[in-house]
Design a protein around this ligand. Sequence first.
Ligand SMILES: NC(=O)c1ccc[n+]([C@@H]2O[C@H](COP(=O)([O-])OP(=O)(O)OC[C@H]3O[C@@H](n4cnc5c(N)ncnc54)[C@H](O)[C@@H]3O)[C@@H](O)[C@H]2O)c1
Length: 356
Amino acid sequence: MKVGVVKEIKNNESRVGLTPAGVFELVKNNHTVLVESKAGEGSGFLDEDYLGAGAVLLPKAEDVYAISDMIIKVKEPIAQEYGLIKEDQIVFTYFHFASSDALTQAMIDSKAVCIAYETVQDADGTLPLLTPMSEVAGRMAIQQGAKYLEKPIKGKGILLGGVPGVPPGKVLVLGAGVVGIQAAKMAAGLGAHVTILDINMKRLRYVNDVMPSHVVTEFSSEYNIRRHIKNHDLIIGAVLVTGGKAPRLITKDMLKDMHPGTVLVDVAVDQGGCFETTRPTTHEDPTYIIDDVVHYCVTNMPGAVPYTSTLALTNVTLPYVLKIANLGWEKACELNPDLNKGLSIVKGKVVYEAIS
Ligand SMILES: NC(=O)c1ccc[n+]([C@@H]2O[C@H](COP(=O)([O-])OP(=O)(O)OC[C@H]3O[C@@H](n4cnc5c(N)ncnc54)[C@H](O)[C@@H]3O)[C@@H](O)[C@H]2O)c1
């Protein structure tokens, strides 16, 4: 198969869909890999790294789209890419069709085979191609939160880990899923006092088993949230209701109960956010302040750390890329029910019920 890799052109996106290690594996399996020049630069992979792994470099994205049987990307195609996608071409990437009519229509019109990372699903219901990005975002949430707690950027002026003779900061994590557990782990590692809430007792039992004793679990309820926001310095929103909008756990009237300079990081912003005052922000302008409370609500947090995120993503996508390349998409999907769930739009037909 001819496998194509293009440079992401969406604003502020520096990840790349395939690393030189991925190229090496595909070439070893007798495939040809066509890489747009500079595609990996933002993630630290130079053209010579791809050449060394056996790729063919092409100067323009147009050339890659024109020749490739399968395109490996990270983000959904944007308008200027729509026309480059050919009939029968496989496009394997994050699509998030539900959020864009224009993209959905363009992919129907292209008659391409669209396989979406975000709906590939294991038998136990987990989403293996979303997990690594949640891991990145969860860990980043503490790094960002710790920074915005500093006084010059309008935070409370607290060092999360404290120092000898001074108690550490307090972190409240709402949701003990992938994001929440990674956030709790980072905060605990810094020495902060952590409270983590969830409505799923299985998750809380797991956290209680694996985390140190300064990570305290509690059942999530409005009563408990109202109680904790009064004395926590950094609050992380990490809840998810599968397929639905995030529940609003902190309402605007609750901000007045927080100390000025408290920092809210709403990782769940991409599902509408779990704070009433959440509005999506970007890495250029990540925060805003309401009632003296700092809000950080960046929708694509992993985009800020492309070196880490590209490796984390391609670790999990490469096995699927190899299956599709070696078997063809039809056989690969037939033999792998998890991959089959990723099939979204096939040759002009929407085949994923939720999207249709
Ligand atoms: N902003 C970003 O860049 C970014 C990156 C990755 C993930 N995310 C988002 O982060 C969110 C969390 O993702 P995840 O992978 O951790 O999901 P997950 O399914 O692993 O965990 C979500 C947890 O929320 C819990 N929950 C549901 N309702 C709750 C409530 N009322 N109170 C407390 N807990 C509740 C669930 O029981 C579950 O344990 C999602 O919205 C995801 O899309 C955002």
